[in-house]
Design a protein around this ligand. Structure first.
Ligand SMILES: Cc1cc2nc3c(=O)[nH]c(=O)nc-3n(C[C@H](O)[C@H](O)[C@H](O)COP(=O)(O)O)c2cc1C
Ligand SMILES: [Mn+2]
Length: 479
C-alpha cells in the first residue's frame, strides 16, 4: 500500500498506536532532541511535536518516523507497506525484489507543497522550527530526514540522496558532502571542477518511502524515484520547482530550492552521528544557497535523531543495505545463504560456503566496489550454517573458525569518511580509510575429515536419539 504523503503515513501510525502527539510546548533548542533520544531508548515509536516554543501553532516537528518501535522494525515495515510484524529477512527480500523493478514518476501541475511560495530576500529559514538536536551540535540541523535532489548534467540521471544539512542563517545551509556519495560526486566532478554552481532541491517531509530510498545506496545512474514507484506499486507524483530545472515530490511538506556555489566552504558540524559517536568534527564544507521555499499549510518539519545504540539509519540500513549487498553478490554469481548488517551497519555479515580458496576476496571486493558497500570498513564472512541475524551464533563462529593470522585481510588506504570513529585526525580530514575482511569459515580445500564437526543438538546425536529425547521431553520433567 502506498502512502500519498507524510500525513497519510501519520494517520496509519495513529491507527497502529505507533505515534505520540506531544501537545506540551517544547523547545527546538535541545529539548526535542533529548526527548526523541529518550523515546528511542524506550522504543516509543514516532513523535509529533505539535507546539514549539517561539513558533506559530501548526508549525510542527516529526521525529523517529520509522522507529524504533516494538518490534524494532515495526514502523519501518509499515512504511514499506508491510505488516508490522514482518520478520527482518522478509523485509530484506521485499526490498531486494522491488529495487530491481522500476516505475517512472509522473509530473503533476498542482501540488500541496506549493500552498505557500516565498522567493529571494523574503526567504527566511529561521521561520521554521529547526531543531538543535544533540548537545554537541554546531548549530540547528534543517536536513536530517529529507530528499536531496541533484541532476547529473552529462547523463540526465537525477539522484535522490539524503545528506545532513546544518542551518547557517536565513538563506544558507551547510552540506556534509562525502566524495563517493552520488550527489557530492556530481557536485565535485561535474560542477565545481567546471567552476559552475549546482542547482539543488531539498524536499523536507516527503512521504516515508521517498526518504527511505534517498537514504539507500542504490547503484549509480539509477533514478531512486523509479524504485520508490516500484516499492509503492504506482508512480511517484513530482512537481516542477519554481526557480530551477528540477522536480520534487509533490506532497513534500517543505521544499528548498537553490544552488551550491563552486569552491565555497563554510564551517559545518560537529553533529551527533549514525555510528553512535560524534567524530566528523567541525570543518569547512560546501554551502547550499536557498533562493526559494515552498511549503504546505501547517508544515511538518521531519527530523532524525542519530546516535547510540539505535537510530533510523540503523533501522533502515539493516534492511536496505542487506538487500542491496545481497543483490550485488547475486549479480556476480557468488552463492551465499544471507547477508545482514547489524547496527550501526558498518559491518556486513555474509553467511556463505566458500567455493574456492580466496573466496573472501570475491565477497569483500564485490561489497566494497558497490555503492551500498563502499563505506563498510568491516566485512565478516561466517559459515553457511550460521544465521547472520543471530549475533550469538556469529560471535561463536568468529571466535572459533577465524584463523588469527590467516583469516584477516587488511586493505590499506581505502576510501574513508570523517564520521568513522576509528580514523585519526589526518585520515578523517583527507577522506582516508582502511578496511578489513574477516574470514570465519573453514578453508574449502580441507579434507572433510579435517573439518571439525559442530556439536549442537542437531549435529551431535543420531536422528533416533534426537527423536527419542524430543518425544520423551515431558516425561523427564525438565522445564
Ligand atoms: C538520517 C540520515 C542522515 C544521513 N546523513 C548523511 C550525510 O550527512 N552525509 C552522507 O554522505 N550520507 C548521509 N546519509 C547516508 C546517505 O543518505 C546514504 O549513504 C545514501 O546512499 C546517499 O545517497 P546516494 O547513494 O545517492 O549518494 C544519511 C542517512 C540518513 C538516513
Ligand atoms: Mn544514488
Amino acid at each position: 500500500m502506498a502512502f500519498k504523503d507524510l500525513r497519510q503515513y501519520i494517520q496509519r501510525l495513529e491507527q497502529e498506536g505507533d505515534i505520540t502527539h506531544v501537545g506540551a510546548e517544547v523547545d527546538w533548542d535541545l529539548e526535542i532532541g533529548g526527548i526523541s533520544r529518550k523515546a528511542i531508548d524506550r522504543r516509543s515509536g514516532a513523535l509529533l511535536f505539535d507546539r514549539i516554543k517561539g513558533y506559530p501553532q501548526g508549525y510542527r516537528v516529526l521525529a523517529n518516523l520509522i522507529g524504533p518501535g516494538q518490534p524494532i522494525h515495526s514502523l519501518f515495515a509499515l512504511a514499506l507497506g508491510q505488516p508490522k510484524n514482518t520478520p527482518i529477512m522478509e523485509l530484506v527480500d521485499f526490498f531486494m525484489r522491488k529495487s530491481t523493478e522500476y516505475i517512472r514518476p509522473i509530473i503533476v501541475d498542482r501540488a500541496p507543497c506549493k500552498e505557500n511560495i516565498v522567493k529571494g530576500k523574503d526567504v527566511n529559514l529561521l521561520n521554521f522550527p529547526v531543531p538543535r538536536i544533540h548537545g554537541i551540535d554546531g548549530g540547528r540541523y534543517i536536513g536530517t530526514w529529507h530528499v536531496d535532489i541533484i541532476k547529473d548534467p552529462d547523463t540526465g540521471w537525477v539522484n535522490w540522496g539524503m545528506y545532513r544539512h546544518q542551518l547557517h542563517d536565513e538563506r544558507r545551509v551547510g552540506w556534509l558532502a562525502i566524495p563517493a556519495q552520488h550527489g557530492p560526486s556530481i557536485y565535485y566532478q561535474k560542477y565545481e571542477a567546471r567552476g559552475k554552481p549546482m542547482p539543488m532541491a531539498m524536499a523536507i517531509g516527503p512521504d516515508p518511502l521517498s526518504a527511505i530510498v534517498a537514504a539507500s545506496g542504490i547503484p549509480p545512474q539509477t533514478n531512486e524515484v523509479d524504485i520508490i514507484g516500484a516499492l509503492q506499486g504506482e508512480p511517484v507524483e513530482l512537481v516542477k520547482c519554481e526557480t530551477i530545472d528540477l522536480e520534487v515530490p509533490a506532497s513534500s511538506e517543505i521544499v528548498l530550492e537553490g544552488y551550491v556555489a563552486p569552491n565555497e566552504r563554510f564551517m559545518e558540524g560537529p553533529f551527533g552521528e549514525f555510528t553512535g559517536y560524534s567524530a566528523g568534527g567541525r570543518a569547512p564544507r560546501p554551502v547550499f544557497h536557498v533562493e526559494c521555499v515552498t511549503f504546505r499549510n501547517n508544515p511538518i518539519l521531519t527530523m532524525s535523531n542519530m546516535g547510540k545504540p539505535w537510530d533510523e539509519v540503523a533501522i533502515l540500513n539493516s534492511v536496505v543495505t542487506s538487500a542491496l549487498l545481497s543483490l550485488e553478490l547475486r549479480k556476480r554469481g557468488i552463492p551465499f545463504r544471507g547477508v545482514y548488517c547489524p547496527p550501526p551497519t558498518l559491518c556486513p555479515i555474509v553467511a556463505a560456503k566458500p567455493q574456492y580458496a580466496g573466496f573472501i576476496h570475491s565477497v569483500a571486493s564485490t561489497i566494497w566496489s558497490s555503492k551500498a558497500g563502499i563505506y563498510r570498513p568491516y566485512v565478516i564472512m561466517v559459515g553457511e550454517d550460521v544465521d547472520p541475524t543471530n549475533l550469538e551464533e556469529v560471535f561463536w563462529c568468529l571466535t572459533s573458525r577465524l584463523h588469527p593470522s590467516k583469516g584477516i585481510h587488511i586493505q590499506k588506504d581505502a576510501p574513508g569518511q570523517p564520521l568513522f570513529p576509528f580514523l585519526d585526525r589526518h585520515e578523517r580530514e583527507n577522506w582516508r580509510g582502511a578496511r578489513v575482511a574477516i574470514d570465519a569459515t573453514f578453508p574449502p580445500d580441507w579434507a572433510p575429515e579435517d573439518v571439525p564437526q559442530v556439536m549442537d543438538f542437531e549435529n551431535g546425536w543420531p536422528q533416533d536419539v534426537q527423536q527419542k529425547v524430543l518425544t520423551r521431553w515431558k516425561e523427564y520433567g525438565i522445564k
